[in-house]
Ligand binder design. Structure first.
Ligand code: R1P
Length: 304
């Protein structure tokens, strides 16, 4: 049975498919763009070379992988969904089935708490994580008075993107959008779209009103001054790239600003379409420009 998994520690089917992303060796290129929304992945695939057929696979856990060529270079575009755990599944499982160096660029959407505006582009050259402190006494019992050391949210240290890849992305985005619309800076990756991103809700006790209090002086900005963007995946990508044993992953991230978390402005659907079209091409250009030690699988196993 080809779909049977023998090893619970490293779940790969008899056919060599990783359990969640659903791909096997030869189906994913060394150069990868990850996006959250599968529709965005399909949109970017429109830029791929027309003379090479696009390989498409959707996994039972919602990962969509598209592989083809761009300017003659094998690339994959993956729709991975949202959050740090999806990025963790993706990077670890892809690393199992691709040989040689990997270059992974996340191209997503984000909010800004810095000087960028809705519709601008941000190259995220570094990232920290903001996670809910599940042990905070008041989450368990609202009547408890927490000690002064206890905080409802935790902040990690900062992890960094690959500098060369960032520079290539930055110059491609500047070419497409103009210098005044491209920012480079520090990103906050949060473990919730709601609580750790400082959104106020009626139904839950989140103790998050200090995180982004509609000014630039919230706890996130105070902890790491200069934080420009806020989203849910980039930290995990940079963290895994840094902690990969053979340092074989070049990681970078860029995002379209959908929301201004200080003024509460939100982007229009028309503007999203425009940004995705131009942005996708810029990111593909950067992806194929970077030097990379690629290993192509035997012809018979390879989809490109
Ligand atoms: C939340 O709406 C999602 O949008 C952002 C966040 O990181 C989160 O995944 O990125 P994507 O547009 O790439 O999904």
């Amino acid at each position: 049975n080809k779909s049977k998994i023998e090893n619970a520690n490293s779940p790969v089917t008899g056919e060599g498919r990783v359990y969640h992303v659903g791909v096997k060796r030869g189906e994913v290129a060394n150069r990868i763009i990850t996006v959250g929304d599968p529709k965005r992945a399909e949109e970017f695939a429109k830029w791929l070379d027309k003379d090479t057929p696009i390989f498409r696979i959707k996994s039972h856990r919602g990962f969509l992988t598209l592989t083809g060529k761009y300017k003659g270079v094998p690339v994959s575009i993956a729709g991975i969904g949202m959050g740090m755990s999806m990025m963790d599944f993706f990077v670890r499982e892809i690393r199992k089935v691709v040989d040689g160096q990997l270059s992974i660029i996340r191209f997503g959407s984000c909010g800004t708490i810095g000087e960028a505006k809705v519709g601008d582009m941000i190259v995220q050259n570094s990232a920290f994580a903001v996670t809910r402190n599940y042990n905070y006494s008041c989450f368990f019992d609202e009547n408890v008075t927490p000690s002064s050391e206890e905080k409802p949210y935790n902040f990690t240290r900062i992890f960094f993107a690959d500098i060369d890849l960032c520079k290539k992305i930055e110059s491609q985005l500047v070419k497409s959008f103009g210098k005044e619309h491209v920012f480079t800076g520090l990103n906050a990756t949060c473990d919730s779209f709601y609580s750790s991103q400082g959104r106020k809700e009626d139904n839950f006790r989140d103790y998050n009103s200090d995180l982004i209090p509609n000014t630039h002086t919230g706890t996130i900005s105070k902890t790491y001054p200069g934080t420009i963007s806020i989203e849910m995946e980039t930290f995990m990508l940079f963290h895994l790239a840094k902690s990969s044993k053979d340092h074989s992953i070049k990681a970078a991230s860029a995002a379209m600003v959908f929301a201004d978390r200080i003024t509460n402005e939100f982007i229009s659907p028309e503007k999203i379409e425009e940004l995705q079209k131009v942005g996708g091409k810029a990111i593909l250009n950067a992806l194929v420009e970077i030097e990379l030690n690629e290993v192509h699988p035997d012809n018979e196993n390879c989809v490109w």
